[in-house]
Design a protein around this ligand. Structure first.
Ligand code: ATP
Ligand code: MG
Length: 253
């Protein structure tokens, strides 16, 4: 038994563990109440996907790894759900692609910003030498209201590629309009966030983040031309419609 009082052999183990982490995130002040609703919405899609990484999502994870490795200034955006679900896996990915991490909240409060930064430090951010940004909030995303538009000038403000797991649709669109290449992880292939991404990964963050890291480790050291070829071969619209078909056909494994 780990973390929760349910044996790992339980058929709903992963889903129960995920719920437990979100609950614990709310108790610790890192996840918002709205985060709980977002989780429920995601779970419904994941159930219909068979709670697995479909092949098109694995291709997308590989393309995301290529894009992040090609980036000059990649930044991984972390919100309350991501911090609760995959703190270590996010830091592992930051190390694998040499990215900064930026705390970036839809419902921004200083208290929650600080709690998430501390949570990431407790999971080894300093030891891994991963800068945690977001607290300076000295730049703005044009077109968004004041609180929602805050970013760090040296973080997302200066980034060329941003990984935004579970991003709000408005903000994902505004970042794309700023010219950032976005990797979006979202279980809903119809969401505006997924649709504004250069690389949408329709998968659970719990599976997708470590999967992008595994691809990045495998591709590290590959010539730029090879990474560019992987990106060229990736078709975002195709990935979205394949995922939508898998969800609608509901053929569970
Ligand atoms: P839109 O993008 O259409 O504007 P929204 O982003 O405002 O909608 P929310 O319900 O706030 O809608 O967003 C939550 C999104 O995060 C949903 O699309 C949900 O599928 C997705 N999601 C929730 N939990 C996870 C998870 N663990 N992994 C991946 N995606 C998730
Ligand atoms: Mg969305």
């Amino acid at each position: 038994m780990t973390e929760i009082e349910v044996p790992e052999s339980h058929p709903r183990y992963q889903s129960l563990l995920t719920r437990h982490r979100i609950e614990a995130g709310i108790e610790r002040g890192i996840t918002s109440q709205q985060g709980l609703i977002a989780e429920g919405r995601g779970e419904a899609f994941d159930y219909l996907l068979g709670e697995r990484t479909i092949p098109s999502a694995d291709d997308a994870a590989r393309a995301a790894a290529a894009l992040l490795l090609l980036a000059e200034r990649p930044v991984l955006s972390v919100n309350g759900n991501v911090a609760a679900l995959v703190p270590e896996a996010t830091l592992d990915l930051a190390v694998a692609v040499d990215a900064d991490v930026e705390v970036n909240l839809f419902n921004r409060t200083d208290e929650r910003m600080r709690a998430i930064a501390a949570h990431l430090r407790a999971h080894g951010a300093d030891e891994a030498d991963v800068p945690i940004r977001g607290l300076e909030a000295d730049a703005r995303i044009p077109g968004l209201d004041h609180e929602r538009g805050k970013v760090d000038a040296h973080g997302i403000g200066a980034a060329d590629v941003v990984l935004v797991p579970l991003e709000d649709g408005d903000r994902a669109e505004a970042l794309a309009a700023m010219g950032k290449s976005e990797v979006v992880i979202d279980l809903n292939p119809l969401s505006r966030s997924a649709r504004s991404a250069a690389v949408p990964i329709v998968d659970n963050v719990v599976r997708a983040v470590p999967n992008v890291t595994a691809h990045a480790r495998e591709l590290s050291g590959a010539p730029r031309a090879d990474l560019e070829a992987i990106l060229r071969a990736f078709d975002a619209d195709d990935a979205l419609s394949t995922a939508e078909d898998a969800i609608r056909s509901g053929e569970l494994a």
